[in-house]
Write a protein of this length. Structure first.
Length: 293
């Protein structure tokens, strides 16, 4: 089955009928108030209540109200059911409540309640050290493969022209900036990184997540020996990129403000379920929501 973008009805169906069944399977550090923020991306910008503020196609919402010293005062979500309500009906259940910066009430507009094209959570966490994540994207692998396939200088070509010249755009899934082989390669790299965490860092708790168009690899040990400061993350980037030649996105590893796709959310660009995986033999074609059965 080839990839396709999820429709508005698909998104509603998934988040109301399928996603709630996965909530109990979320990693233990993803709770209603553990991540410092949840975030949603929309296919179309949605207005906020304040007239002078531009419409939003991406919103972040804190899980706690804090005082001027950054200390937690009041939880924005009483439980994960409240997070789920926000995902399912963002404008109706915006944690900003009566604030003029909240999403505008769809009942007062000519446009409907927005549906999330993507659901994210913050790697910065209230209950544990910052969650360390390495991102490996099939698009990067495809670009590198295309450059290696052409003998001449490719610096003047944009990605689409380069992928078209090498046949990658025409390969399944047709029209996407990678082939299935690039996703498979990303998954293999992901498990290689997991082994590096175990062998080079003595990591005891890791996780590989199929992200829809690649993988996220987590180092989850909270022991103080696994430092999460900026310098240690830069060292990790250099190790993976230079010593092991793994095409990670170094910005994701280093950026403490980064959000990641929520496990078991839907990657709307490809209509596939983001999910933890146990083997490099995982077949992303099987990560299908019920509405595609």
């Amino acid at each position: 089955m080839t990839w396709r973008h999820a429709t508005r009805d698909d998104l509603y169906t998934y988040y109301t009928e399928e996603f709630p069944d996965y909530v109990d399977d979320l990693p233990s550090f993803i709770t209603a108030t553990g991540p410092k923020q949840y975030a949603l991306a929309f296919d179309h910008p949605h207005p906020v209540r304040k007239d002078e503020v531009p419409d939003k196609d991406f919103v972040r919402r804190d899980t706690w109200q804090t005082d001027t010293a950054g200390e937690r005062q009041h939880a924005e979500f009483d439980g994960f059911d409240d997070v789920l309500d926000f995902i399912q009906h963002p404008a109706r259940n915006d944690p900003l409540g009566g604030s003029e910066f909240a999403l505008a009430d769809p009942g007062l507009l000519d446009q409907p309640d927005p549906r999330p094209d993507a659901v994210y959570y913050a790697l910065d966490n209230w209950e544990r050290p910052w969650v360390l994540l390495v991102d490996i994207d099939a698009k990067t692998i495809a670009r590198n493969r295309a450059e290696a396939a052409l003998p001449q200088d490719t610096s003047h070509r944009d990605d689409e022209a380069l992928l078209e010249a090498t046949g990658i755009l025409d390969a399944d899934p047709a029209g996407y900036p990678y082939a299935f082989a690039d996703i498979d390669q990303a998954i293999e790299y992901g498990f290689e990184v997991r082994d590096i965490f175990a062998d080079d860092f003595d990591a005891e708790e890791t996780m590989v997540v199929y992200s829809g168009q690649g993988v996220h690899v987590y180092l989850l040990d909270t022991d103080l020996a696994h430092r999460y400061d900026a310098q240690s993350r830069e060292v990790l980037n250099d190790l993976l990129l230079e010593s092991y030649d793994i095409p990670i996105d170094p910005v994701v590893t280093a950026d403490r403000r980064r959000v990641a796709r929520l496990p078991y959310s839907l990657h709307a660009d490809v209509s596939r379920i983001v999910q933890p995986i146990e083997s490099p033999q995982f077949n992303p074609r099987t990560a299908t929501p019920a509405f595609l059965d």
